[in-house]
Write a protein that binds this ligand. Structure first.
Ligand code: PLP
Length: 360
């Protein structure tokens, strides 16, 4: 089988150039006599990898000096607990916006450690929009304010950040980090599981303002304390070494391509191809309120469940795989992260046209 266009929500496609470089370096990394998987995380050669990864990430995201970059494990889901454990440092209150399944999980985890105020929700219409926020409902003494910037399952994204004043804004950016420029100074914490836009599963990237480190609740396990990892440059214990190496290659790939501004340009072009097609179709329908449409995850449906199923099956046979929507939404979802080439989106639209002709 040839390589396919993989529309998976995650783990998802990696840039071919990155895979090829990793392949070339697999058996003997930079004359070390071993693969990156086999080397000590305390070795000089690995130190250059992890420091290099941080350096390039800081460069492409323009991360200020008063923020730490941490390479952790446990996925974004572990951050759902680490955020409250580390940030409930005064009132033990936090504001959350409920925009989907990941927000909900973050909320239920935070509730174990303090008081959660859900300031708004879009659950009434299966999360197909981002709710308007009313500042008067925010808790002025909240320890932090949490959002999910891009909702992977439902295909929505914030077009405007909430104005939280002095309350640190925390964002789950698992499915949109590195997809467009991001003003890090607007956030207290940004976190992301790697398996969508960064690299292989098993690595979680946390970008945290330094003043938010060092106030963890007493019950916080050592491994879940940001201070542990910040003080040890993410080398307190064995980090996900190979994942960090691939992430470095991905960061370098982004930089070579022209950085986040260029990523955004390409991502908008890709998403517009698909959204324009959906908007002009009487057969397919996008499921998200247009204003809040994601650049990364694009859910859509045909006129019936039977046709949805047939679509997924025939698309797969045509090398367009993992288009089945999330089990809670149904239909289809095309995840078109940074590594999805524009040709993949064009191939999908061509297939959609053909499928419509045959089935309408
Ligand atoms: C995928 C995803 C998660 C879950 O990530 P894990 O690394 O599997 O824990 C959380 N939040 C968002 C927005 C996601 O897309």
């Amino acid at each position: 089988m040839d390589r396919v266009y993989n529309f998976s929500a995650g783990p998802s496609m990696l840039p071919l150039e990155v895979l090829q470089k990793a392949q070339k370096e697999m058996l003997n990394y930079e004359n070390s006599g071993m693969s990156v998987m086999e080397m000590s995380h305390r070795s000089k050669v690995f130190d250059e990898i992890i420091q290099g990864a941080e350096e390039v990430l800081r460069d492409i995201m323009n991360i200020p000096q008063n923020y730490k970059v941490l390479f952790l494990q446990g996925g974004a889901s572990t951050q759902f607990a680490m955020i409250p454990l580390n940030l409930f440092r005064n009132s033990k209150k936090a504001d959350y916006v409920n925009t989907g399944q990941w927000s909900k999980k973050a909320i239920s985890e935070a509730k174990k450690y303090g008081t959660v105020n859900v300031v708004a929700s879009s659950e009434d219409t299966t999360f197909n929009y981002i709710p308007d926020l009313d500042k008067s409902t925010f808790s002025p003494d909240a320890d932090y304010f949490h959002i999910t910037s891009n909702n992977t399952i439902y295909g929505t994204r914030y077009v405007e950040l909430p104005d939280t004043g002095d309350v640190p804004l925390v964002s789950d950016m698992s499915s949109c980090i590195l997809s467009e420029p991001c003003d890090v100074t607007k956030f207290g914490v940004i976190y992301a599981g790697a398996q969508k836009n960064i690299g292989p599963a098993g690595l979680t990237v946390v970008i945290i303002r330094e003043d938010l480190i060092g106030h963890a609740m007493d019950i916080t396990p050592t491994m879940l304390n940001y201070k542990t990892h910040a003080d040890n440059n993410s080398l307190y214990n064995t980090p996900p070494t190979y994942g960090i190496y691939i992430a470095k290659l991905v960061f370098e790939w982004i930089k070579e391509k022209g950085g986040l501004a260029e990523m955004e340009k390409i991502n908008k072009e890709k998403a517009n191809i698909l959204y324009d097609f959906l908007d002009n179709s009487s057969f397919y329908k996008g499921t998200v309120v247009p204003k809040y449409r994601s650049l990364m995850n694009i859910p859509f449906v045909t006129p019936s469940k039977e046709l949805d199923e047939k679509f997924v099956k025939e698309a797969t046979a045509n090398g367009l795989v993992n288009l089945k929507g999330h089990r809670t939404v149904g239909g289809m979802r095309a995840s078109i992260y940074n590594a999805m080439p524009i040709e993949g989106v064009k191939a999908l639209v061509e297939f959609m046209k053909k499928f419509e002709m045959e089935n309408r």
